[in-house]
Design a protein around this ligand. Structure first.
Ligand code: PGA
Length: 251
């Protein structure tokens, strides 16, 4: 059975005090949860402070991005080793805001996924279609390309480190959530694709999160879908009460 995995993506939000307060509140509120894997992904500059606040809690630390080179002249970038050094377990890779606002390509995302796994970080590979792509009936084609390119060259022993997050771009930060049926349809398609690329056993073990306006009110319905194994939560992860309520619903 796949253990549910709920991660909070704080994006470019909070300040030092707010980040530490949020982490401290969540650690307190969720201290008894054992049946859900939980992670928070603060901005890079607050990772260290949040790591301190999470201390020996059951909440793991994740970064919102990572660079694939180990070190050197890459101004502004952050390496896998640096993330591990401050206590990260996870790194989000290929978030749609990085793909569409910053211009990340599938090729770059693939390098980041590979480097993260080699270093022992667990990458969360984000995929998802734009509204116009869904309207043109291209969801399956877009997501298939993103998954194949993102995981290119990874053997089955490595790919088990990956969590896939299906995040339809039209649902991110818009308040419009995919229906449970829409989510399940794409999640099942992704799992079938993983079975084709690897095998049934690998496909059965990889967790597929849904992301895009997930909130307390739609958590139960989304998580009731057979192939939805967790959530990648943006806006609702910035409030202790909302994020904790979602995790308690899943637990
Ligand atoms: P949202 O963001 O929950 O605010 O829609 C999700 C995400 O981008 O990961």
């Amino acid at each position: 059975m796949r253990k549910p995995f709920i991660a909070g993506n704080w994006k470019m939000n909070t300040d030092r005090r707010g980040a530490v307060g949020l982490a401290t509140g969540l650690a307190q509120e969720l201290r008894d949860i054992e049946t859900v894997d939980i992670a928070v992904c603060p901005p890079f500059v607050y990772l260290d402070a949040v790591a301190g606040a999470l201390n020996s809690s059951n909440i793991a630390l994740g970064a919102q991005d990572v660079y694939f080179e180990p070190n050197g002249a890459f101004t502004g970038e952050i390496s896998c080793a640096m993330l591990k050094d401050v206590g990260c377990t996870y790194a989000i890779v290929g978030h749609s805001e990085r793909r569409h606002k910053i211009g990340e390509t599938d090729e770059l995302i693939n390098k980041k996924i590979s480097a993260a796994i080699s270093s022992g970080l667990l990458p969360i590979l984000c995929v998802g279609e734009l509204l116009e792509q869904r309207q043109a009936d291209k969801t399956e084609a877009v997501v298939t390309t993103q998954i194949k390119a993102g995981l290119a060259g990874l053997h089955s022993d490595k790919v088990l480190a990956v969590t896939v997050a299906y995040e339809p771009v039209w649902a991110i930060g818009t308040g419009v959530t995919a229906t449970a049926e829409q989510a399940q349809e794409v999640h099942a398609m992704i799992r079938g694709l993983l079975a084709d690329m690897y095998d049934q056993s690998v496909a059965g073990q990889i967790r597929i999160q849904y992301g895009g306006s997930a909130k307390p009110a739609n958590t139960a319905e989304l998580m009731a879908c057979g192939d939805v194994d967790g959530l990648l939560v943006g806006g609702a992860s910035l409030k202790v009460d909302d994020f904790a309520a979602m995790i308690k619903t899943v637990a």
